[in-house]
Design a protein around this ligand. Structure first.
Ligand SMILES: *[C@@H]1O[C@H](CO)[C@@H](O)[C@H](O)[C@H]1NC(C)=O
Ligand SMILES: *[C@@H]1O[C@H](CO)[C@@H](O)[C@H](O)[C@H]1NC(C)=O
Ligand SMILES: *[C@@H]1O[C@H](CO)[C@@H](O)[C@H](O)[C@H]1NC(C)=O
Ligand SMILES: *[C@@H]1O[C@H](CO)[C@@H](O)[C@H](O)[C@H]1NC(C)=O
Ligand SMILES: *[C@@H]1O[C@H](CO)[C@@H](O)[C@H](O)[C@H]1NC(C)=O
Ligand SMILES: *[C@@H]1O[C@H](CO)[C@@H](O)[C@H](O)[C@H]1NC(C)=O
Ligand SMILES: *[C@@H]1O[C@H](CO)[C@@H](O)[C@H](O)[C@H]1NC(C)=O
Ligand SMILES: *[C@@H]1O[C@H](CO)[C@@H](O)[C@H](O)[C@H]1NC(C)=O
Ligand SMILES: *[C@@H]1O[C@H](CO)[C@@H](O)[C@H](O)[C@H]1NC(C)=O
Ligand SMILES: *[C@@H]1O[C@H](CO)[C@@H](O)[C@H](O)[C@H]1NC(C)=O
Ligand SMILES: *[C@@H]1O[C@H](CO)[C@@H](O)[C@H](O)[C@H]1NC(C)=O
Length: 740
C-alpha cells in the first residue's frame, strides 16, 4: 500500500509538476485540532514548497503539529486569512530573595523569507522591576524597541491594562521577519520578590492575552504564548507570479491578493465562493441561508444569487433593492423588442401609442374581470373538482377572434338589452355569444350572475340551451352558449313563410319539450329554478325543430319588432303572471302562466300584444279565454294550421292553456303535471298518426347537476336579490331571471 502510494505520487509529480502534485486523498488533513490544508502539507507532494512543510507528531500525548523540522508548534492554519497561529517562546528573568539569578533566557524567532510576524501581535513585558526589548529585523533593517514596567507593593495595578504599571506593551512593526526577546531588571527585584520575582517578555496575539495582576506571580512557568504569523507564497508579486502558470496557485474562482503589502502573493476565493483558494473554491449557496436577500424566490447561480419575482412581476426582487413591481405583459414586452429593432422611430412612436392603448385595454379588462366577478367565478369553478362540465372562462381575445371582432354580419339577434353574435371557437365549435349592453356593478348582482353561470353550466338537459362559458374581461359579461341553428320559436310562429312548416304535431312536440324542460328546472334540479321569462322568443329550435329553452336572464334579447316591452318588472308584458305583478310573489306558477301564453301563441299564431286588435282583445290571453268561453275556438286558431275542424288534441291543449292562465296561481297546474299531460296527448296522437315523429320518447331525457347546489350556499343568497319583485319562498332561487 505504501509503495503504491509512493508510486502514484512519483507518477503524479512527473506528469503534473510541483503545483499540481497535490493528491489530497494521500495527504494528512488534520493533526489534533489543526486542519492541514494546501499549500501546507506533511507528506511528500502534499505541500507547495518546503517552506510549507509541516510535521505532525502523533507519538506525543496529544498530536502536535510542528513547523517544518523546527520545534515551533502550530495551533492553527488558515488559508482564507493567510494567517498561522504558532506558540512563541517567553523570555524570563527571575531572582530569589537574595538577588541570585534563577532563570534568564533570550529566545529568538527567525522566519523563512515569505513569512512575517503579524501586526495583530503585541510585544508585552510583565514585572515590577522590569525593562524588556525586542530586537526585530525588517528586511535589511534592524530595530530595537522595548518598554519599562515598574510597580511597588502599593501600586494600583489594573487588570487588562498594560500601561507601565506591572505590565507594558508596544506594537509590532510591519514586515518583521525575525526577532530576539530580552527581559531584564534594574534591581534584581530587590525587596519585591514576594510580589513579583520575575520579569517576562513575549510576543502575543493581542486577542489571546489579557493582563491580570495575578500574572506578576504565576507567569514563571509559562513557556509559550500564541502568536500570529502572516504567510504568503514565494517572494514574487501577483503580476510576476501570474506569468508562470505552472507554478501560479490561484486557479478557477480565485484571485491573486497583494493587499496585505508583504512579499509573495496570496490567493483568495472570489466573492460568492468559499473554500480553500489554493485548491478548490466552491460556490456558496446563498439561498440556503434563511436570511438571503430575496423577497420571494431565491435562485443560486455560480458566485452569486438572483431573486425572481412572482409571475407577472418584475424587478430585482431583493430586499434592499428595487423589489418587485407589476410588469407589463409578455406580449407587449416581445412587441417592444421586435418593433424597436425592426422599424424606424416614427413607427416606433406609433407603436408606442398603440401599445399604451393596448395596455390600457388590458388594465381595463382586468378591472372588468374583477368587477364582473371573475375571481369569484374562478374560485367557484376551481373549488369544485368536476371541471369538464363547468363553465369555461374565455378571454376577451378568444371571443373577439370567434366573432371576427364582433362583425356586423355575425349578429343573429339584437334587442333592447344586448346583442347575440354567432361565433366559431378555435376548436371549430359554433357558439352563440351574448353581449349585454349594461353592466351591473353591485356585489349582489355580480354574485347572482356568477351563481347563475355556475348553475347553468351544470344543467345538462336536451331541451335547455347549454351554457358553455363566459368572458368577464369586458365591461359587460359575455355569455357563450351552444349555437342553436334554427332561430326562435317566435320567428317560426310569426313568419308566414316558416309557420307553415311547423305543423300541429311539431307545435305539440315543442310545447311538450318546453314543458319538460321547465318542469325539470322547477323540480328535478336540486334547487328550483324559475325561468321568469318564458316566451317563444326564448325558445330556440334546432334543425329538427327540437325545442331549447334559452335566455336565463343574464342578458335579454328583445325581439326586433319591439312589440313586446321590457319593463322593470321581471318578465315580458303579455306573458307576465298578473298575480305576480300584483303581489310581487314569484312562484313557479308564474312560469306556468307564461307557458300558458306560449301554448296559446302556438295554437293561434297571433302576437301576444297587438294594437291592431280591439282594446279588449289586445291581450292574447284575454282574447283566447273569451273565445274559448264563447265556443269560438276555431276562429282564433292559427290559419296556418289549416284546420277545418278542431281536433280533439287541440281542445285538450286549449283546456290546459286555460288552466295555465288562471288568475290564481294555486289553481294552475304545476309544470310537472303539464309536462305529463302534454306527453299523454302527444302519445295518443302518435298512436293515431304513426307518422308523427316523436323524439321525446326516443331517448331518456338526460340531465344532471354535477354537484349539490347547497355546496355553494345558494340558499343563503335566496333572499338577497336586489329587485323589489324578488321576495320568495325560502327554498326557491330566483337567480335565473335576474335580468337587467
Ligand atoms: C489520488 O489518489 C487516489 C488513490 O491513489 C487516486 O485514485 C486518484 O485518482 C488520485 N487523484 C488524482 C487527482 O490524481
Ligand atoms: C482540541 O480542542 C478541544 C476542544 O476544543 C480542546 O479541549 C483540546 O485541548 C484541543 N487540543 C489541542 C491539541 O489544542
Ligand atoms: C515526536 O516526539 C517525540 C518526543 O519528543 C520524539 O521522540 C519523536 O522523535 C518525535 N517524532 C517525530 C516523527 O518527530
Ligand atoms: C528536515 O528533516 C528531514 C528528515 O527528517 C530532512 O530530510 C530535511 O532535510 C530536513 N529539512 C531541513 C530544512 O532541515
Ligand atoms: C483558526 O483561524 C481561523 C481564522 O482566524 C478561525 O476562524 C478558526 O476558528 C481558528 N481555529 C482554531 C482551532 O483556533
Ligand atoms: C538589502 O541588502 C541587499 C544586499 O545585502 C541589497 O541588495 C538590498 O537592496 C538591500 N535591501 C534594502 C531594502 O535595502
Ligand atoms: C531593600 O531594603 C533594604 C533594607 O530595608 C534597603 O537597604 C534597600 O535599599 C532596599 N532596596 C531597594 C531597591 O529599595
Ligand atoms: C485581577 O483578576 C484576578 C482574577 O482574574 C483577581 O484575582 C485579581 O484580584 C484582579 N486584580 C485586580 C487588581 O482587580
Ligand atoms: C515556471 O516554474 C517552473 C518551476 O519552478 C520552472 O521550471 C519554469 O522554468 C518556470 N517557467 C517560467 C516561464 O518561468
Ligand atoms: C450579485 O449580483 C448583483 C446584481 O447582479 C450585484 O449587485 C452583486 O454585486 C453581485 N454579487 C456578487 C458577490 O457578485
Ligand atoms: C471541491 O470541493 C468540493 C466540496 O468540498 C468537492 O465536492 C469537489 O470534488 C472538489 N473539487 C475538486 C476539483 O477538488
Amino acid at each position: 500500500m505504501h509503495l503504491q502510494r509512493l508510486l502514484a505520487l512519483v507518477v503524479l509529480l512527473a506528469f503534473l509538476g510541483p503545483s499540481s502534485a497535490l493528491n489530497s486523498s494521500l495527504c494528512e488533513s488534520s493533526c489534533g485540532n489543526v486542519t492541514i490544508t494546501y499549500p501546507f502539507g506533511s507528506g511528500k507532494g502534499c505541500y507547495y514548497s518546503p517552506d510549507f512543510r509541516v510535521n505532525c507528531n502523533r507519538s506525543l500525548h496529544e498530536p502536535t503539529l510542528y513547523f517544518g523540522n523546527s520545534t515551533i508548534v502550530i495551533k492553527n492554519l488558515s488559508t482564507s486569512t493567510g494567517e498561522m497561529e504558532i506558540m512563541g517562546l517567553v523570555a524570563h528573568d527571575c531572582y530569589d530573595r537574595l538577588r541570585n539569578s534563577l532563570k534568564n533566557n533570550d529566545p529568538y524567532l527567525k522566519l523563512i523569507t515569505s513569512f512575517r510576524i503579524s501586526t495583530k501581535n503585541r510585544f508585552v513585558a510583565i514585572g515590577c522591576d522590569t525593562y524588556a526589548y525586542i530586537h526585530g529585523k525588517m528586511g535589511n533593517e534592524s530595530e530595537r524597541s522595548g518598554c519599562i514596567s515598574s510597580c511597588s507593593r502599593y501600586s494600583r495595578i489594573t487588570n487588562g491594562s498594560c500601561s507601565g504599571v506591572g505590565c507594558c506593551e508596544i506594537a509590532i512593526q510591519e514586515g518583521m521577519s525575525s526577532f530576539t526577546l530580552s527581559a531584564n531588571s534594574f534591581n534584581k527585584h530587590d525587596n519585591i520578590t514576594d510580589i513579583n520575582p520575575c520579569s517576562h517578555a513575549f510576543v502575543v496575539n493581542e486577542e489571546k492575552f489579557k493582563f491580570s495582576s495575578t500574572n506578576l506571580l504565576d507567569f514563571e512557568n509559562v513557556k509559550k504564548m500564541p502568536m500570529l504569523l502572516d504567510w504568503a507564497i514565494g517572494m514574487d508579486t501577483c503580476e510576476v507570479a501570474k506569468r508562470n502558470t505552472s507554478t501560479f496557485l490561484c486557479k478557477e474562482n480565485s484571485e491573486c491578493d497583494q493587499d496585505y503589502g508583504g512579499p509573495g502573493y496570496r490567493c483568495r476565493c472570489l466573492k460568492g465562493y468559499e473554500g480553500n483558494p489554493y485548491t478548490n473554491c466552491t460556490n456558496i449557496d446563498e439561498c440556503a441561508h434563511p436570511d438571503h436577500g430575496c423577497l420571494h424566490h431565491c435562485v443560486d447561480i455560480p458566485g452569486n444569487y438572483t431573486c425572481s419575482c412572482r409571475k407577472g412581476y418584475s424587478g430585482d426582487g431583493r430586499k434592499g433593492g428595487s423589489g418587485c413591481t407589476a410588469e407589463r405583459s409578455l406580449l407587449i414586452e416581445i412587441a417592444i423588442t421586435t418593433s424597436a429593432t425592426a422599424v424606424l422611430i416614427l413607427i416606433f412612436v406609433t407603436w408606442l401609442y398603440l401599445g399604451v392603448k393596448k395596455r390600457r385595454l388590458m388594465i381595463l379588462r382586468e378591472k372588468f374581470f374583477r368587477q364582473n366577478g371573475g375571481t369569484m367565478l374562478q374560485q367557484r369553478i376551481s373549488g369544485n373538482g368536476c371541471s369538464h362540465d363547468q363553465a369555461k372562462v374565455f378571454t376577451a381575445e378568444e371571443l373577439k377572434r370567434a366573432t371576427n371582432n364582433y362583425e356586423e354580419s355575425r349578429i343573429i339577434g339584437k334587442g333592447g338589452y344586448g346583442t347575440v353574435y354567432k361565433g366559431v371557437l378555435s376548436d371549430n365549435r359554433m357558439v352563440a355569444i351574448k353581449k349585454a349592453k349594461i353592466a351591473d356593478q353591485t356585489e349582489s348582482q355580480i354574485e347572482q350572475f356568477i351563481n347563475e353561470v355556475v348553475i347553468l353550466s351544470q344543467i345538462n338537459h336536451r331541451n335547455v340551451v347549454k351554457l358553455i362559458g363566459c368572458c368577464l374581461e369586458t365591461e359587460v359579461p359575455l355569455l357563450v352558449y351552444e349555437f342553436i341553428s334554427n332561430g326562435t320559436l317566435s320567428d317560426h310562429i310569426h313568419n308566414e313563410s316558416k309557420s307553415l312548416a311547423i305543423t300541429w304535431d311539431i307545435r305539440l312536440r315543442i310545447a311538450t319539450e318546453t314543458a319538460g324542460a321547465l318542469s325539470y328546472l322547477h323540480s328535478a334540479a336540486s334547487v328550483p329554478i324559475i325561468h321568469r321569462d318564458v316566451k317563444p322568443m326564448n325558445i330556440l329550435l334546432d334543425d329538427s325543430y327540437i325545442a331549447k329553452v334559452a335566455d336565463f336572464g343574464a342578458s335579454r334579447l328583445i325581439p326586433m319588432d319591439q312589440l313586446e316591452l321590457a319593463t322593470i318588472v321581471q318578465g315580458t308584458i303579455g306573458y307576465l303572471d298578473p298575480e305576480y305583478m300584483q303581489t310581487s310573489q314569484l312562484t313557479d306558477k308564474s312560469d306556468v302562466y307564461s307557458f300558458g301564453v306560449v301554448l296559446v301563441e302556438l295554437l293561434t299564431g297571433k302576437k301576444v300584444l297587438s294594437f291592431d286588435r280591439p282594446e279588449n282583445e289586445r291581450n292574447l290571453g284575454t282574447l283566447f279565454l273569451s273565445s274559448l268561453k264563447k265556443g269560438r275556438l276555431l276562429q282564433v286558431l292559427d290559419e296556418q294550421l289549416q284546420l277545418n275542424e278542431v281536433p280533439n288534441e287541440i281542445i285538450q291543449v286549449s283546456r290546459l292553456a286555460e288552466r295555465c292562465l288562471h288568475l290564481k296561481g294555486d289553481e294552475r297546474p304545476t309544470m310537472k303535471e303539464l309536462a305529463l299531460e302534454l306527453e299523454g296527448i302527444l302519445a295518443s296522437m302518435v298512436q293515431k298518426h304513426p307518422w308523427v315523429q316523436s323524439t321525446s320518447h326516443e331517448e331518456e331525457t338526460e340531465y344532471l347537476l354535477t354537484e349539490p347546489m347547497e355546496d355553494y350556499g345558494y340558499a343563503d343568497n335566496a333572499n338577497t336579490g336586489s329587485s323589489t319583485f324578488d321576495s320568495m319562498s325560502n327554498n326557491t332561487i330566483e337567480l335565473i331571471a335576474s335580468g337587467r
